[in-house]
Design a protein around this ligand. Structure first.
Ligand code: ATP
Ligand code: MG
Length: 255
């Protein structure tokens, strides 16, 4: 059965699109049929993270009733399926997110996972995405404003009856000014399922128009996303198989 999972935060810029693109890519690497959908209708940028910013038909066309979801679904060269949103101001003016639930029903049954990259804030489009999904992953950073907004997002999800899978703590620097995992779990009331460090590899990946799991395959940050993807999909995770060093690669070449 298809799992509809919304990636939400409350506060903007905390790493929702980064998580969506990397989690989707990691699931695809595991052979799990996955669609990532840009439900950030005002400031969509999932396409930029995947290196394919421009598409002829988008989620905006589908929400307006001008296209079927299959026409707005594209296959990234990694095999990940992508439903992008439109970038034009015209798209912004003429689309309402109310139809998202119906549109999502058209995807059910086919892919194993549909990951919804949500908009910042708790306006209509974010709330519709949470309501349309079955499950939600909350992304936050280890500071009070981000955690307070994450808590509000949890309340919205609880009211909508959307199951909260847990919290992804992103941009962790391990310094004293940050809130600890324990403090965040106490405030939010849900477990931190993974911590992603603040790292310059994310800037490199964006400028190379690729998720980190593709741009820096062997990087420890990529392993975090793979572990989370494996946990979500119920796959046993064996990191040694993926992050073999240069020496092992050379040895394997001669085997
Ligand atoms: N762990 C990290 N370390 C360093 N930079 C990061 C990390 N995670 C995300 N970033 C960077 O932070 C910026 C914002 O990330 P992203 O676009 O994923 O946030 P968002 O929550 O989707 O934002 P918005 O609310 O605007 O949609 C991007 O430039 C991204 O590369
Ligand atoms: Mg985003």
């Amino acid at each position: 059965m298809t799992r509809l999972i919304c990636v939400s935060s409350g506060k903007g810029g905390v790493g929702k699109t980064t998580l969506t693109s990397n989690l989707g890519s990691a699931l695809t690497e595991f052979g799990v049929d996955t669609v990532v959908m840009d439900t950030n209708l005002t400031n969509p940028n999932l396409g930029f993270h995947l290196g394919i910013p421009l598409y002829p038909v988008t989620l905006h066309d589908v929400l307006r009733g001008d296209a079927h979801i299959t026409e707005a679904t594209y296959i990234h060269n990694s095999g990940l399926r992508v439903v992008p949103a439109g970038l034009s101001v015209e798209d912004l003016r003429n689309t309402s997110p109310e139809n998202l639930g119906d549109v999502l029903l058209d995807t059910v049954g086919e892919p194993e996972f549909v990951l919804l990259d949500s908009a910042a804030g708790l306006g209509r489009e974010s709330i519709h995405a949470i309501e349309a999904a079955d499950e939600v992953i909350i992304v936050t950073n280890p500071n009070l404003p981000a955690v307070t907004d994450a808590l509000k997002t949890c309340k919205i999800a609880e009211e909508a009856g959307t199951h909260i899978l847990g919290v992804v703590l992103n941009r962790v620097r391990d310094n004293e000014s940050e809130l600890s995992v324990e403090e965040i779990e106490d405030m939010i009331g849900y477990p931190v399922v993974t911590e992603i460090p603040d790292h310059e590899v994310f800037d490199d990946a964006i400028s190379n128009k690729a998720p980190v799991v593709h741009h820096a395959d062997d990087h420890h940050v990529s392993e975090r996303f793979r572990k989370l993807a494996a946990d979500l999909a119920g796959i046993e995770y064996v990191p040694e198989n993926r992050s073999e060093g240069l020496f092992n690669k050379i040895m394997n070449f001669f085997k």
